[in-house]
Design a protein. Structure first.
Length: 428
């Protein structure tokens, strides 16, 4: 294998609850030898996810080398989770759009401070080296955002972004809007970076037939920087993406049906890896149905440990049916937790009444059918690590059909089923 000299753009991020970390990406059609030099030395090196099985070679007291294959993303941690370097090896682009096409908004390399609005049949292309400082809103049919460039919110503080006042159902307001907010059908977002959001990063609101592929979300600039929020949407696929945030990384809200999240890498610093619900709005009988999360690596969970019965618990998987909303047929399959600590919560399900501007009803929700299959937790023999907490508001708002199938951790295998019948088959 030939060693390639590649100049990779590097972003440095630091937030209130996140230690500084760096991100770099490059394109290559063949395996590449990568060398990483750590200023503080290399004492407790790990390269995550463990599934990647990266073999490292020490080339000095402060340097390591390894081979990275195309379409691979890893976090190099010389001394634990803080001050990591995240690296993505992308396949070369083969279908760059024509900059002269009237339906293409072509952002050239360099920094550009402006907000963009997209309509039906438009494509936003961010060229390699392009940094768009601002927000992107799109509404319509057949909208695409792609390219190897970045959308950056690093110039703005918490809720201080330039995206305008965003009002959610129930009157909840996000000052400054979201970094990327999309509505409509036949929407594609791929290959781009979203860096240092001031609020929610990528919001899919009232959408259907959506594909998010190979997107890198690099949060940690502020709290409330949810990675991807899937709101009032159906038929959404998210795959091959890296998502790090202080807040929730994947968060279906209001209602969400027929969602597939697969082959992703997640990292939360101060909230939940998966959060389903809390904000619930069962419009026209809609709820949270047929949600599949599979083949996912969770690198790190929240630095802040709370008891599972507390309102802001911070969990690996937090499911909150509220506002008289039905949750049915959830599947978590082949999920790998590479690093767990004392106080981490594996699963927290609460049917609960949430009173506030986010809801229209004081009634709790209900859950029927949640399968956790092929779950692999880094071994911990501490009884206070990766706990399970199920809490129903009352008999009228139950938690039914929760199945644990081949959940490994604590040095043993768990296979437990609740008394309720199994849910129907999941979306494939």
């Amino acid at each position: 294998m030939a060693v390639q000299e590649i100049s990779a753009p590097v972003f440095r991020l630091k937030g209130r609850d996140a230690q500084p970390y760096w991100y770099a990406q490059f394109d290559s059609s063949s395996p590449v030898e990568v060398r990483v030099k750590a200023r503080a030395g290399v004492d407790r090196l790990q390269v995550l996810p463990k599934k990647a099985a990266i073999r490292t070679m020490r080339t000095g007291d402060d340097e390591v080398a390894f081979t990275l294959a195309p379409s691979c993303q890893v976090a190099v941690e010389p001394n634990g989770r803080h001050r990591a370097l995240v690296i993505a090896a992308n396949l070369p682009e083969t279908d760059v759009p024509d900059a002269k096409d009237p339906n293409v908004v072509f952002v050239q390399p360099g920094r550009h401070r402006r907000n963009l609005k997209l309509a039906s049949n438009q494509t936003l292309y961010l060229a390699p080296g392009a940094v768009l400082e601002g927000s992107v809103c799109g509404a319509g049919t057949n909208i695409t955002i792609r390219g190897r460039g970045a959308i950056s919110g690093l110039c703005w503080g918490h809720y201080k972004g330039p995206g305008g006042r965003m009002v959610h159902p129930g009157g909840f307001v996000h000052p400054g809007g979201h970094v990327v907010h999309l509505e409509g059908s036949q929407i594609t977002v791929r290959d781009i970076m979203i860096v240092g959001a001031w609020s929610w990063c990528l919001v899919l609101d009232k959408t259907d037939r959506v594909l998010v592929d190979n997107v890198k979300i690099l949060g940690g600039h502020v709290i409330n920087d949810d990675g991807i929020d899937i709101c009032r949407s159906s038929d959404v696929t998210i795959r091959n993406s890296f998502i790090r945030a202080q807040d929730d990384t994947i968060a279906p809200k209001w209602w969400c049906e027929d969602l597939l999240v697969e082959k992703c890498i997640l990292w939360t610093d101060a909230a939940n890896a998966f959060r389903v619900g809390y904000e619930c709005l069962p419009e026209n009988g809609r709820g949270f149905r047929n949600l599949v999360f599979r083949d996912i690596d969770v690198l790190h969970l929240s630095l802040h440990k709370n008891k599972p019965e507390t309102f802001w618990a911070n969990c690996a998987i937090f499911i909150q049916p509220s506002n008289a909303t039905a949750f049915e047929n959830l599947l978590f399959d082949d999920i790998r937790f590479d690093s767990v600590e004392r106080g981490d919560i594996f699963l927290n399900i609460k049917t609960q009444s949430i009173v506030g501007t986010l809801t229209r009803s004081k009634e709790a929700g209900r859950l029927r059918g949640c399968t956790l299959r092929n779950i692999h937790i880094a071994n911990s023999f501490d009884a206070e690590t990766m706990r399970v907490h199920l809490e129903a508001a009352d008999a009228a708002h139950p938690i039914e059909g929760v199945v644990f199938d081949d959940v490994t951790g604590y040095g043993r295998v768990s296979a437990v089923r609740t008394s309720a019948p199994s849910p129907r088959p999941h979306r494939q």
